[in-house]
Design a binder for this molecule. Structure first.
Ligand SMILES: [Zn+2]
Length: 253
């Protein structure tokens, strides 16, 4: 049983369907108090369902049955009204602009307990537990490369894959901006299949770079440079296998 602190926000409207996606954010403001005030300010017109403080306190702002305003413009797995489809969690951290720092253990533990609780109520697949930067890679970087996605996956939430060295080796060298042809085409198709909103095509263009950078921030956090090295591609292939296994299981269930 989680001890929520009630902090209602007026910034929500109605859902049309139950949520089946989870979007994680960082607050990106100097303090948690400032972020909480903004998320409750009717003039700001932004909100989230929950805010998790660095000390582990969890504030509930919007009921899960309502559509909170946290995601904005973006797309994941073809869904272009991510607010309508998702539950949004703001995680207190100053972010890249005000002194990005590690997420404290108490905060991560509280977040994991919160996600356990949310997923006991709603059917949310692992491949739909994403970063704000995944659905809006052209304008968002949160919760960023310091967020412990691996630890979250080990606790049972979200996808994570670490390829064996032979698999990385087999995929060979770098793909990067300006490359054209089958390699770039397969990369783009794979990113699209996982969920990113980039169009099919054979050019490693600026849009591809944006998606690769977002992918790395989530799933290859020690290399966030928009260059798809063998390990970036091996991780993508492994994640696609996990995601499609999950989809098949979902259908069978
Ligand atoms: Zn965000």
């Amino acid at each position: 049983m989680i001890d929520f602190i009630d902090a209602p926000s007026p910034n929500f409207d109605a859902r049309r369907a139950p949520p089946d996606m989870l979007v994680l954010h960082y607050t990106g403001m100097q303090t948690g108090e400032a972020a909480l005030a903004r998320l409750r300010d009717p003039d700001a017109k932004v909100s989230a369902h929950y805010l998790v403080e660095e000390d582990g306190r969890i504030f509930q702002l919007v009921p899960e049955e309502r559509r909170a305003w946290h995601a904005g413009r973006g797309v994941w797995q073809g869904e272009d009204d991510c607010n309508a489809a998702s539950i949004g969690i703001e995680i207190v951290n100053p972010g890249h602009e005000f002194g990005y720092r590690a997420f404290p253990e108490a905060q991560v533990a509280a977040l994991i307990a919160l996600i356990d609780d949310i997923r006991s109520r709603w059917s949310i697949p692992d491949n739909r537990i994403i970063a704000h930067s995944d659905l809006a890679p052209d304008r968002k970087t949160d919760p960023g490369e310091l967020f412990p996605w691996k630890q979250l996956a080990e606790a049972g939430h979200g996808l994570w894959f670490e390829p064996a060295p032979e698999r990385i080796q087999a995929l060979g060298g770098l793909l990067q901006k300006g490359d054209q042809g089958i390699g770039a085409m397969v990369l783009r198709a794979g990113l699209h299949r996982l969920g990113y909103g980039l169009k099919p095509g054979g050019d490693y263009d600026a849009e591809t770079e944006t998606a690769v950078r977002a992918f790395q921030r989530h799933w290859r956090p020690t290399r966030v440079d928009a260059v798809a090295d063998g390990e970036t591609r091996a991780r993508l292939v492994g994640l696609l296998q996990l995601a499609s296994a999950e989809s098949v299981t979902g259908v069978l269930n």
